[in-house]
Design a protein around this ligand. Structure first.
Ligand code: NAD
Ligand code: AKB
Length: 312
């Protein structure tokens, strides 16, 4: 079946680039972008766009019927740092939207869903190094709890009702086309803007806080590869670990200094330090490699040169 796609949360960091890429693949009119907020990137505006509230199931159903959508990418969510400030609101958005879309697939209104999870599902009892696909998970943020619960709901709907739902545990994503939306890994985007603008950056994490990260181009490719992969050989639902690179703020600053020697970083850790300390340092993505041939392509050097070139 030819996919007719609805992206919910299309104006955000991932949605901006996913909309453009899916439109380039399938054609502009095959991809309906939607969000509470209008897109701020001109190339995302070129094509159908609906103002849509992800917590309003009736509005989503009307939009799906109006555009004869069969595939939904549900990106609307509140990310880790913002969610800690309004936990009930975050839980409502992150869970209501997912459960609504899973129900729509259960009754046959749509046939495929992409819903992103996060490295935030891991917690202090998870291995820090090469964190495996399965193992102890005790998320300490409302965001992480919502992602882990969401993974369980996806597994439930797939097993009980045969819903085709696919998921990736993205690491921190780094992009120049759109700003990140309130996460703990956002420093790794802000640092590039400040390095170019003022040559100084005051980081909200400590110098040696290592986190898993990825260039947005790799993340979008992973998403599309997973959505088009034949997973018949995979027995159970998995929200897949994927790894790109891991670095600390100090290592990222050193990599930027190779291009901007006068760049200086200082450190003023805030509440996000506690969140970062509970997340993995590095990720084991061997099950993604095995199940659907995943392999990242962009390393730290390429990421830094790409960010600085494009943001200039
Ligand atoms: P973002 O905050 O940049 O974008 C989210 C979009 O959702 C925004 O455009 C916002 O306007 C929209 N939105 C918020 N509430 C809405 C509502 N009620 N109805 C409709 N739209 C609404 O987030 P993102 O970085 O693009 O993340 C997308 C998904 O990927 C989220 O599920 C997030 O948890 C996940 N993820 C992102 C990262 C990352 O580093 N960016 C890492 C792991 C997982
Ligand atoms: C965040 O920091 O909240 C996100 C994520 C890793 O899920 N970037």
């Amino acid at each position: 079946m030819i996919p007719k796609i609805l992206i919910i949360g299309a104006s955000g960091q991932i949605g901006t680039e996913l909309t453009q890429t899916l439109r380039a693949i399938h054609g502009v009119n095959q991809v309906i972008a939607s969000d509470l907020n209008s897109p701020n990137n001109s190339s995302s505006i070129e094509g159908p766009f609906e103002i849509l509230d992800a917590t309003d199931a009736d509005a989503i159903i009307n939009c799906i019927k109006k555009h004869q959508v069969n595939t939904v990418y549900l990106l609307a969510a509140m990310l880790s740092a913002t969610a800690e400030k309004v936990p009930q609101k975050a839980w409502h958005l992150n869970m209501t939207s997912l459960l609504s879309v899973l129900e729509m697939a259960k009754v046959g209104l749509i046939w495929k869903i992409f819903w992103p999870s996060s490295i935030a599902v891991f917690g202090p009892s998870s291995s820090k190094i090469n964190t495996p696909q399965s193992g102890p998970m005790d998320p300490g943020t409302v965001y992480g709890i919502s992602k882990l619960a969401g993974e369980h709901w996806c597994a439930y709907y797939q097993e009980k009702y045969g819903v085709d739902v696919r998921s990736i545990r993205y690491p921190g994503l780094i992009s120049w086309k759109a700003q990140p939306g309130g996460g703990t890994t956002d420093y790794a985007v802000a640092i590039f803007h400040d390095a170019l603008k003022t040559r100084v950056y005051n980081c909200f994490l400590e110098a040696n806080t290592m986190l898993p990260m990825m260039h947005m181009t790799d993340a979008i490719r992973a998403t599309i590869e997973l959505m088009t992969a034949n997973l018949d050989h995979v027995e159970k639902f998995k929200a897949y670990n994927i790894a790109g690179m891991s670095f600390t703020p100090s290592e990222l600053a050193d990599a930027i200094k190779l291009y901007i020697p006068e760049f200086k970083i200082s450190y003023a850790p805030d509440f996000r330090q506690h969140i970062a300390d509970s997340w993995p340092n590095t990720i084991d993505d061997s099950e993604s490699a095995f199940d659907w041939n995943w392999k990242s392509q962009i390393d730290l050097d390429r990421l830094v040169s790409d960010m600085l070139t494009n943001l200039k």
